[in-house]
Ligand binder design. Structure first.
Ligand SMILES: Cc1ncc(COP(=O)(O)O)c(C=O)c1O
Length: 469
């Protein structure tokens, strides 16, 4: 296309988009004075919008999904070939890629298996992170009925974690602004404290604390009634709540409390799953064995919609009713959990991560990313805290380093816009909390080079320099 044809196409599509699309998470009056961003193509770490402007993407598709980068022929071919052979059949039947992907996925999760390898775990397919989490909530509620009178149905979650957009998932989410105006919420969900040392909910300092944040789970279980609590759900590293990794002692304490009260441990790997932190799963940085794990975004790097709910055999076997006449089996379906494109894409995605040693790249370049961000922190007092793991980094901005007064969201909008004007897409916490929408979020694709990391951090450097307080 020549320049004139590009501008004509851009004008048509932008007009059509304005007229017909209800964009996610966006106040639409913004489009009265500015055009919606329409991404037309992508290759590697870079995307190009419909007007021909290229961006280095430090967000993996806006929400931490395109882990292996854009334009991967092998994934596209795998999906195409699979769709032509067998596109879909309800997952009460099986499929070849479904079985193969589940087996390979479980091999990456030895913690879900018995020491002797006897129990291997089970994978339940659906098509979004929210849905994968909803499956767990149904599993927990049904187990309460199978094993008792249904009382043990409650689920405890953390006040800065996010678990999805559907009503059940939102009921288990701590983001007040994401929840505002969407109530009433489902009963049976209850909060406990986050684990952000920079803003310790107990006013303590790591090193002289007693990891009260983890112990708060016990307080919540006692408050809700140990005979009523079925599970706790946690992100391994809180994502949208401000990129919050726990301290090493955290998960073993959580695990011990779960064991003490026979509460199931559900880890939501929707963001960290498949390589983002330098291991296959975020929980694998910590000494913990979950009972249930959910995952979605990076599972097929966004080339097809797929999510998985993984359960240990110990959980699964409680549903294996001998008598076919009972209702004690999991009576759930996800129509698009039967799409074969998802597991086909997942297999090709996993091949790329392995063949290109992307976990190693994340570990090495993740250190470089952290070092560069610590360098910025020394330069700019507006950076209160830098945290994260691998290619998942958060930069918390404050208007006063002493009081830790959170920076207003409008300042972060300026920084992100400045980076974008330099050709770099950077993420940020977005209308989630009344005061803590103050984190820049970096989650480049696992392929990011040293040069890419430098370009991303340089863009933030320039943006901060041009926006003094
Ligand atoms: C930790 C976590 N869990 C669940 C979800 C929900 O996933 P989805 O938007 O695919 O429903 C998200 C989405 O950002 C997430 O960050």
């Amino acid at each position: 296309m020549n320049n004139e044809e590009i501008s004509t196409q851009a004008a048509e599509i932008i007009s059509s988009d304005r007229e017909h699309i209800w964009h996610h998470l966006t106040p639409h009056n913004a489009f009265k004075n500015s055009d919606p961003l329409i991404i037309k193509s992508g290759i590697g770490m870079r995307v190009t919008d419909i007007k021909g402007t290229e961006y280095l993407d430090a967000t993996s598709g806006g929400v931490w999904s395109v882990n292996v980068g854009y334009g991967r022929q092998s994934i596209a071919n795998a999906v195409r070939d699979q769709l032509l052979e067998m596109c879909y059949f309800a997952n009460s039947a099986g499929s070849i890629p479904g079985a193969q992907f589940a087996e390979r996925l479980l091999q990456k999760m030895p913690e879900m298996q018995d020491a002797d390898g006897g129990a291997k775990g089970k994978v339940y397919y659906s098509n979004s992170g929210s849905e994968a989490n909803e499956k767990v909530y149904k599993i927990v509620r049904q187990l309460a009925h199978i094993n008792g009178d249904g009382r043990r149905h409650k689920i405890i979650f953390r006040d800065r974690d996010y678990h999805g957009s559907t009503i059940g998932a939102l009921s288990s989410t701590g983001h007040q602004q994401r929840k505002e105006q969407y109530g009433p919420f489902a009963p049976g969900f209850s909060e406990f404290a986050h684990c952000c040392c920079y803003r310790c909910p107990f006013g303590k300092t790591y090193g002289s604390c007693d990891i009260e944040c983890a112990k708060d789970l016990e307080t919540a279980i006692l408050r809700e009634g140990p005979d009523q609590v079925g599970a706790v759900v946690l992100e391994p590293i809180t994502a949208g709540g401000g990129i919050i990794p726990p301290v090493p002692e955290y998960f073993p304490i959580i695990q011990a409390i779960c064991k003490k009260y026979a509460v199931l441990l559900h880890i939501d790997e929707v963001v960290c799953g498949l390589g983002r932190t330098g291991k296959w799963f975020g929980y694998q940085h910590y000494d913990v064995k979950p009972d249930l794990v959910t995952m979605a975004k990076g599972l097929a790097s966004g080339y097809a919609a797929i999510s998985c709910t993984v359960a240990t055999d110990a959980v699964f076997n409680q549903f294996a009713a001998e008598d076919a006449g009972t209702l004690d089996y999991f009576r759930d379906i996800s129509t698009f959990g039967g799409c074969t494109g998802g597991p086909a894409a997942g297999l090709a995605n996993m091949d790329i991560i392995e063949e290109e040693n992307l976990l190693d790249n994340v570990v090495q370049m993740g250190e470089h990313l952290k070092d560069r961000l610590f360098g910025l922190q020394e330069k700019y007092p507006v950076i209160g805290d830098v945290r994260g793991k691998g290619f998942f980094a958060g930069v918390e901005l404050v208007s006063d380093r002493i009081t830790k007064q959170p920076m207003h969201e409008s300042y972060l909008m300026k920084i992100v816009a400045h980076c974008m004007a330099q050709g770099v897409l950077v993420g940020r916490t977005n209308r989630s909390f009344t005061e803590f929408n103050n984190n820049l979020c970096l989650s480049p694709a696992l392929i990011a080079s040293r040069r890419d990391i430098d370009d991303i951090v340089d863009a933030i450097d320039h943006a901060l320099a041009d926006n003094p307080l």
